[in-house]
Design a protein around this ligand. Sequence first.
Ligand SMILES: Nc1ncnc2c1ncn2[C@@H]1O[C@H](COP(=O)(O)OP(=O)(O)OP(=O)(O)O)[C@@H](O)[C@H]1O
Ligand SMILES: [Mg+2]
Length: 255
Amino acid sequence: MSKISKADEELRKILSEKRIKSDADRRVGSEVFDKKTLETLYTLANHGYIHILNGAISTGKEANVFKGLDENGNFVAVKIYRITTSDFKKMQNYIQGDPRFKVRTTNKRQIVNAWVNKEFRNLKRAREHGVRVPRPIVAKNNILVMEFIGDEEGNPASIMKDAYISDPDKLLTTLVNYVKILYNDAKLVHGDLSNYNILIKDDEPVIIDISQGVVLDHPFSLELLNRDILNLTLAFKKLGVHISEDEIKSEIMDS
Ligand SMILES: Nc1ncnc2c1ncn2[C@@H]1O[C@H](COP(=O)(O)OP(=O)(O)OP(=O)(O)O)[C@@H](O)[C@H]1O
Ligand SMILES: [Mg+2]
């Protein structure tokens, strides 16, 4: 059994048993998730944020994303960061230059928790300024619950790299406008914008995976912005749209 389906199976089991949990259940070990992660899942389940987890959407370098249902039967996306495989050094470097966080710790769990909290806050900030991102619902420890981007049957939306794009020019215009709003209004740079971190729903882009996003005063912000712009030009080149980095940049900066 693959690691991801193993994780999925374990989580289903845990959550289906959540109402009859006892101290003994709490101590149940997991091959995939540590005890603290299981406890956090219990807490989120008991507060109604997650009623059922019914499918693994993806396993990334540092996080697993699951599809779930909340207590009202709405789909949610549940992103669980694994403590053991996270790149703490990177996380620390990104968090340290961010005035919103005062994490002076080398404790790995605390760094991951701050990282998840950063993703939550970045999503919220982007959304408040009108950029289409998943609505953040709750962040607790290493787990982020957010709006599920997909259809009514629960099929997750495709990433831009795999999606059929009916009007690439229109998509580019929307995305450049989003980067512009992020920069000028939300004062944020995504930092990992690529056709892997953009979902396409009803022909419209939804930007995801914004945990590494930084505020403009962060020492990395300009370098990250340039990389985001480069990645956009590369993604659109594949779709037959030729736009230079300078063109995008002047669009973003001239406001
Ligand atoms: N809100 C969501 N709704 C539907 N699918 C999602 C959602 N968030 C993420 N996904 C799916 O999960 C995949 C991984 O998510 P994401 O890009 O946030 O994490 P990641 O790349 O694994 O993170 P990291 O690289 O930091 O480990 C996405 O490519 C997408 O297919
Ligand atoms: Mg990603």
